[in-house]
Every structure is written in structure tokens, then in C-alpha cells.
Design a protein around this ligand. Structure first.
Ligand code: MN
Length: 210
């Protein structure tokens, strides 16, 4: 499979002032595109897994020949992580989780406020480059955690629902070293409708797998 850069559902300036247009454009056309180019290059050399879905590969990286494993981990993770990142943001205020997803957030974290606090804390304290995540585990439980670099939640047995990129390239132009300000602003552009839909889809999928 040859991977291609997915187009965004909104223009680069749509998330401003929370995320500026230049950051969005560089992030999408340089960083994300770069991961895809390197992923395709790595997969060129291993025809035995070229047609295996990337989700499956990242769930069990041992299927990748050892000399290419780190590249597939970094660049395959980079591709999937960014694809989800773009899909779970949208312009305009969406107020928060709804329906069954909202109930799951409340029952797991106590309240939506507690969830935000926990997620924000994980995003803020991830040392160096990485991601903060809301994921669904094999028992269909929600959890908040972070990963380093471009590691995918799939590598830890989670299905990712919502991820926040805390690499400096995601926020430096507007926020410089103020990661906390970037995190606070990002909540304004979370596409909760997309996250709730993904929750419903994944709960059913994980349920069937049992
Ligand atoms: Mn990024």
C-alpha cells in the first residue's frame, strides 16, 4: 500500500487563533507528509507486509523486519497519529462529549472537568516530544496516558480516540515554550462529535473481537 497525505476537512486558517494557519500548513505539508514519505520508503523494502493494514503492523511491530522496525514505528505512528489529530479537530465551539461517550467519560473520570484536568496534566508533563491520549483498552475502558515521539497507542494495546500532539512543531510559532497555553487553547477546537462517533464505532469493534 502506498500511503498518501489525507486532505483536511477545513482550511489551514480555520482553527485560528487557537492554532495559527502557518503552523497548520507546515505541520500538514511538511511534518505529516514527511512521515508518509519515509513510511512508504521503508515499506518498499518489505513486500511481505506492504499490504498489511498499518493499524495491524503497529499493534505488533515484530512483523516488521528488524532493520526497518524503528522507521515503521516512527513514521507509521507519525502517519496514523496525525491523521487522527486532524480528524478530531474542527473550527467552532463544540461544547463537549455527548451521549454514551459523555456517560463513559463521567463514569471513568468522575466528570468532564476531571478528565480535562488529567489529560491536560499528561500533555503538559510529557517530557520532550510526544502525544497525550484518550484511548480505549481491550476491555473497552477509557484511559488517559502519553506516548513518546510518534509511538502509537496501538503499541500499548489501546485504540486511540483523541490525541494531542505536544511536539514543539505543533505550537512553537504561536506559543514558543508555553505548552500550557497551547493545551488550554486546543480544547476550543476539539471535534467532540467525531470523538463520540469514533467511541461508538470502537466500542462495537472491540466488543466483537472478544
Ligand atoms: Mn506533529
Amino acid at each position: 500500500m502506498i500511503y498518501e497525505l489525507p486532505s483536511l476537512a477545513y482550511p489551514y486558517d480555520a482553527l485560528a487563533p487557537h492554532i495559527d494557519a502557518r503552523t497548520m500548513e507546515i505541520h500538514h505539508t511538511k511534518h505529516h507528509a514527511g512521515y508518509i514519505a519515509k513510511l512508504n520508503k521503508a515499506l518498499e523494502s518489505c513486500p511481505e507486509i506492504r499490504e498489511t493494514p498499518l493499524e495491524e503492523i503497529l499493534t505488533d511491530l515484530k512483523v516488521v523486519p528488524e532493520d526497518l522496525r524503528q522507521s515503521v514505528r516512527n513514521n507509521g505512528g507519525g502517519h496514523l497519529n496525525h491523521t487522527l489529530f486532524w480528524e478530531t479537530m474542527a473550527p467552532g465551539c463544540v461544547c463537549g462529549p455527548t451521549g454514551e461517550f459523555a456517560e463513559a467519560i463521567s463514569s471513568t473520570f468522575g466528570s468532564f472537568g476531571n478528565f480535562r484536568e488529567q489529560f491536560g496534566g499528561v500533555a503538559l508533563t510529557r517530557f520532550g516530544s510526544g502525544w497525550a491520549w484518550l484511548g480505549l483498552d481491550k476491555d473497552r475502558r477509557l484511559d488517559v496516558f502519553s506516548t513518546a515521539n510518534q509511538d502509537s497507542p496501538l503499541m500499548l494495546g489501546y485504540r486511540p480516540l483523541l490525541g494531542l500532539d505536544v511536539w514543539e512543531h505543533a505550537y512553537y510559532l504561536t506559543y514558543q515554550n508555553r505548552r500550557a497555553d497551547y493545551i488550554a487553547a486546543w480544547w476550543n477546537v476539539v471535534n467532540w462529535k467525531a470523538v463520540a462517533e469514533s467511541y461508538a464505532r470502537l466500542v462495537a469493534l472491540v466488543g466483537r473481537a472478544h
